[in-house]
Structure formats: structure tokens, C-alpha cells
Write a protein that binds this ligand. Structure first.
Ligand SMILES: [Cu+2]
Length: 164
């Protein structure tokens, strides 16, 4: 009896979940970092919050040849970035993509990203094996740094780590 009750409860939960067809992922304050001429890569940042458990699987943009999801992590006392397969968005939690942390990496930029312009970035989410996309108009902003201009580009494997 106890078992049956529990089953009924779980089923009810599923039905409720299906009622609001798909995850509502709220995107707050998206921005892409402005680049200097010839700079091959840049990052896109934002805050993501989903009502249900969702994963960010990928991102796409006309602005770059390749778009990857990256994280920054300490490795032998050096901050390095690496590609991750996906980024979990636990229900109700705000996940921040910011310089020095998770970011969407634009590799092979089609052109310079200038402050004030917008680029189109499509996010691909997955929930229960289903995919949904959300396309954002992302403003380009310069990083307000204390120093002069952008950090020098350090050659990593393929792209400039200094661009972060
Ligand atoms: Cu990166």
C-alpha cells in the first residue's frame, strides 16, 4: 500500500512536469567581450537559471567558426581553460558564466567584435533527451579593466588564453 502511494505520487509529479511543456531557462545579462583587430577568440558570458533540471549542451553563433563551452580551473597553480561537454543547470539555481569561470568560447571569429554591436548566439539545452534552442542577441562590451586595453594574448593550444 505504501509502495503504491509512492508510485502514484511519482506519476503525478511527471504529469505536472509535462504540463509546462519545456524548461524555461532565464538568461540574464548576456554579453560578449570586445576584441582587438586580429584577435581570434573571445568569450560570451551570462547568468542562466532554469525552472527544471536542464543541461546546456552547446552553443552556436555565426560570429565564430567554433563555439565551445569552457571552464576555467587551476592546474599546477595556473588558471587554464578547458572544454566541457555540457553544463548542468540544476532547477532554480543561478549558474554564472563569467570571466575566470564558465564561459562560452568563440573560436575563429569571423570579424572583430566591437563594443556596442550585437552578435547572435544560440544556446542548445537538453532535458530528458529532448533538445531545445534559445537564440539570444548578445551585446558586445569591453572588459573594464584597470590596466590599458586588453591583456596580451598568450598562445595556448589553438587560441589565446589571454583573451579571457
Ligand atoms: Cu575559453
Amino acid at each position: 500500500m505504501k509502495f503504491l502511494n509512492k508510485t502514484a505520487f511519482v506519476l503525478a509529479g511527471c504529469t505536472l512536469g509535462m504540463a509546462h511543456a519545456w524548461a524555461d531557462v532565464h538568461v540574464t545579462d548576456p554579453w560578449a567581450r570586445a576584441t582587438v583587430p586580429g584577435q581570434p577568440a573571445s568569450g560570451v558570458f551570462m547568468q542562466l537559471k532554469s525552472d527544471t533540471d536542464v543541461r546546456l549542451l552547446a552553443a552556436e553563433s555565426q560570429a565564430a567558426q567554433n563555439v565551445e563551452i569552457h571552464e576555467m580551473a587551476m592546474q599546477n597553480d595556473v588558471m587554464r581553460m578547458r572544454q566541457i561537454q555540457d553544463l548542468a543547470l540544476p532547477a532554480g539555481e543561478t549558474v554564472t558564466l563569467a570571466p575566470g569561470g564558465y564561459h562560452i568560447m568563440l573560436l575563429g571569429l569571423a570579424q572583430q567584435l566591437k563594443e556596442g554591436e550585437h552578435i547572435s548566439v544560440t544556446l542548445v539545452f537538453e532535458q530528458d533527451g529532448k533538445r531545445e534552442t534559445q537564440t539570444l542577441s548578445v551585446p558586445v562590451r569591453a572588459l573594464t579593466h584597470g590596466g590599458h586595453g586588453s591583456a596580451p594574448a598568450v598562445q595556448g593550444h589553438g587560441h589565446a588564453h589571454g583573451a579571457h
